[in-house]
Design a binder for this molecule. Sequence first.
Ligand SMILES: Cc1cc2nc3c(=O)[nH]c(=O)nc-3n(C[C@H](O)[C@H](O)[C@H](O)COP(=O)(O)O)c2cc1C
Length: 265
Amino acid sequence: MSNDSVSKTVVVATLLCLVCSVIVSVAAVSLKPIQNENKLLDKQKNILAAAGLLKSGQSVKDAFSKIEVKLVNVSEGRFATQAELTELGVSDVSLYDQRKAAKTPGNNVAVPADMDIASIRSRAKYAAVYLYRNNEGGLDKIILPVHGYGLWSTLYGFIALEHDLNTVAGLGFYEHAETPGLGGEVDNPKWKGQWPGKQVYKSDGSAAINLKKGGVEVGRPQEVHQVDALAGASLTSRGVTNLVQFWMGNDGFGLFLDKIRSEGV
Ligand SMILES: Cc1cc2nc3c(=O)[nH]c(=O)nc-3n(C[C@H](O)[C@H](O)[C@H](O)COP(=O)(O)O)c2cc1C
């Protein structure tokens, strides 16, 4: 065929497309397990980081081996039974995809509008929680997944509580699309550093932790529940207050935390 013929151009272009698509497909399929493993490692890293359990020089895998992953029936405030895990098709709880479940009919529940302060519309029936025990086997820290709407995006993260299930051990978001320098300051280590030691609940049991516009009221009784709001980002700040209060309240992990507070874990 002549180089200038239409048929040769079409044949060469088609062959080139075929070869390229085979290369891309092979790469996508063969890299998938590595991608999944890296995704899992990243999630584990964020869980450890929220609880301040990621020591420098230690691998994520080693640090995470001390974490126990459990599924919780959120509405009923208890650990999921084996029968529930079987029905859910979960054989390895560490691979449970709560975000996918939150969008899957049958595996999710709608959040009524009047209770949906985190603007999530629906949540997974079962949530993965992460337990870190002390050397005697008692609970040292618990790490809980949280999410809710900010200004531009849903923020996904983890909050870690100390063994009293009231004192914050840390908070961190691993995904959001708030504006860098404004709402994106949720990732600022200095801001995150204010969370450890704060108290989630008031004496009446309500979730009182909040981001205070104008700054924490130093010396006032409410100081223990306050973290500075993000400068120039009132809407993201309100979103973070709402999502933390939602997940710490009775429509989130409130019932579960009450149960393990009275019965232990
Ligand atoms: C380009 C642009 C990006 C913004 N990004 C955010 C944001 O990520 N989070 C936020 O709360 N406000 C953001 N704002 C500001 C809000 O529109 C609003 O003015 C602000 O939340 C009010 O906060 P303030 O009362 O602390 O000033 C952004 C504004 C602009 C113009």
